[in-house]
Design a protein around this ligand. Structure first.
Ligand SMILES: [Cu+2]
Length: 159
């Protein structure tokens, strides 16, 4: 009985501990990707970065193991003459002091490219995010179904 209560407490505490990260004054909330077909060549990665410090920083790169993706870039999506275009962000993604930057579908995102296999819901993608000043931090992108990601986006921020 005691064991069961302890286990329940651990399980309840686990998601927040497992899925928020920090380095220096930066905190990184809920990195996730959305499942793809098995042979998809690319997938987006999304997260929120909050800079609680008083100095600006920049997310300069993201990387994952070659066993998962051959290349990883920082991208933005923008409307250009009525067409949605995706391009690499030159010089990285600014994370101004006191602000939260949201990487999300339709906007700034991490792009996993040359995927070795598609991403399956429930899988985890370990990645390194490197900030200009705060340096590198290891995170894990959780691969979610589209419905999971949309439910979370619609229902406020819940880890
Ligand atoms: Cu992209």
């Amino acid at each position: 009985m005691k064991t069961r209560i302890l286990l329940a407490a651990l399980l309840a505490a686990a998601p927040a501990v497992a899925h928020d990260y920090g380095v220096g004054a930066l905190s990184i909330a809920h990195p996730y990707a959305i499942e793809t077909p098995p042979n998809a060549p690319v997938a987006g990665g999304y997260l929120e970065i909050t800079n609680a410090g008083d100095a600006d920083d920049v997310l300069v790169s993201a990387s994952v193991d070659e066993a998962i993706a051959g290349a990883t870039q920082l991208h933005r999506m923008e409307m250009d003459g009525g067409v949605m275009r995706m391009s690499e962000v030159e010089g990285g993604i600014p994370v101004p002091a006191g602000e939260t930057v949201v990487l999300q579908r339709g906007g700034l995102h991490v792009m996993f490219m040359q995927l070795v296999e598609g991403l399956e819901a429930g899988a985890e993608v370990p990645a390194t995010l490197t900030f200009r000043d705060a340096g590198p931090v290891e995170v894990v992108f959780a691969v979610e179904t589209r419905a999971e990601a949309e439910a979370r986006a619609g229902g406020g921020h819940d880890h």
